[in-house]
Design a protein around this ligand. Sequence first.
Ligand SMILES: Cc1cc2nc3c(=O)[nH]c(=O)nc-3n(C[C@H](O)[C@H](O)[C@H](O)COP(=O)(O)OP(=O)(O)OC[C@H]3O[C@@H](n4cnc5c(N)ncnc54)[C@H](O)[C@@H]3O)c2cc1C
Length: 567
Amino acid sequence: MKRRDGLQAIKGNPDVSVLIIGGGVNGIGLFRDLALNGVDALLVDRGDFGGGTSAGSSHMLHGGIRYLENGEFRLVNEALHERDRMLRNAPHYAKPLRTTIPVFRWFSGLLNAPLKFLNLLDRPGERGALVVKLGLSFYDFLVRKERQMPRHEFRLRQAALSEYPQLNPAIVCAASYYDAWMPYPERICLEMALDAEASHEAAHALTYVSAIAGDRDSVTLRDELCGEEFRIRPKVVVNAGGPWIDVVNSGLGRGEQRFIGGTKGSHLVLDHPELLAAARDSEIFFENDDGRIVLILPYFDRVMIGTTDIRLDQPDEAVASDFEIDYLLAMVDRVFPGIRVRRSQIVFTFSAVRPLPYSESGATGQISRDHSIRSLPADAERAYPIHSLIGGKWTTFRAFAEQAADVVLRDLGRQRRAHTRDLSIGGGRAYPRDESARDQWPRDLQARCDLPLERLRQLFERYGTRAEAVAAFIAQAKDKPLGAHTAYSEREIVFILEHEKVARLDDLLLRRTLMAMLGQVTPALLHELAEICAATLNWSAERKAAEIERAVELLRVKHRVELEAAS
Ligand SMILES: Cc1cc2nc3c(=O)[nH]c(=O)nc-3n(C[C@H](O)[C@H](O)[C@H](O)COP(=O)(O)OP(=O)(O)OC[C@H]3O[C@@H](n4cnc5c(N)ncnc54)[C@H](O)[C@@H]3O)c2cc1C
């Protein structure tokens, strides 16, 4: 449904069963679950879907081997099973990831877990081979019944160095195991919002709509694109504001308790062919000199490195600082001492705040990564309860959403009638399961759609089985590649604009495509895309100029990307 129609529907009927504030992965996961269960839910986000913390993750779907030493066995178990569900339900956007841990000691760290458990150690300590072995064996054990990926393996120093010749020769061995990664996390958010709306006609998801105030039986929303305010009357409110949860509750007049104590994590995206080649298609996951676990992740033809963990109370201020950039560039030396990384190789940076549960003390790495629901019941002044979704991993969003949906369904006195456990997401529906079927899929499509095979392969890679709809749209009229980015065509961009709830130019650059993330944005591209947006979305000349200016500023301030004069 188009944004305009969703807004009209809500204004025409302001009584909704559930208002979800926040369109990150947790809010959208809940929205999908409720819509599937026949609940008329309204989801609003003050920005774009998945544009908050959900855009700032390390892009991993993982059990979180590190959390074992904090004793978070429940979380690791849940996360491993959810990771595997994502591989099945969203195979177009959840990919197996070989991960290698270079290990520098045999025995250290044996006492970390028990000491942390007893609260006698509050900083990371070095993990030796034996501890890594224990962790990975437990990892394998947890998924033994439905194994989808190979077990872990250890290689002694010489064998590890012959596979990764650039690796630090000071290692004693290396361990490799499989997790998963998400090339397009924001697109997963978008697709779930689209799926949810398709499953229930009275479920609406609106971007650029903020929840700004609450009174006895209503919540005031503001359309951030035009400033208009209007009220809705929900029976239940869910605050899925991620690191903004306390701000949202205060706005609703329920800020009496502090729930969130966030920590910032930043990443850099590098154009560094030598580092990319050294990682050999594996994520390199390792312990930095200070004991923090950091990663080097091949990301298409770029390399992503991260991350940091620094307390930050103002999520809007999250941006990669000079200190973090120096830290992240320097950490590469620990595993690949012969490879130099320079600031000039950074093409993009991103930073976000983990919505962790509030805790006054302790090392940041030790704050629980598990999720929980904190409820403020309805009372004499508020007719609706507010449930806040605290913490959680990207990986576990489905399970968390299911738990939250159960709470909401109970409030509404309704029974669950459908589950999301085996529900495919967007272009993961009817996705071919094996290599040869995947190879065949674009060929079969070609029989129904007159586009070159290479182009259909590219669309399949980008959109999974939704490529069929994209290709059909493209084939309906004359098309040509963008002048400033030949891997996309004009009709493809128009499809995205018309079918994927794009409201601003930066939605397109940052969240519907990887153009910004991969460092591909140029002034010429900005102008070309803005022109297509203006023609498709009816933007005036002033709006077009304002969108370009906003995108340039956003890239400069939030992502430290300087474009030459864009106008
Ligand atoms: C550095 C870092 C690395 C991470 N790496 C991983 C990883 O590799 N794997 C993994 O599983 N997890 C990872 N995580 C954790 C994961 O990203 C988060 O737990 C998850 O994205 C949180 O989603 P959310 O929906 O709760 O919050 P968010 O995505 O922040 O969503 C909250 C939304 O609320 C909206 N909002 C705020 N105020 C209002 C308002 N007044 N009205 C309307 N909307 C509002 C915001 O715009 C935002 O979109 C990482 C997190 C960080 C920070």
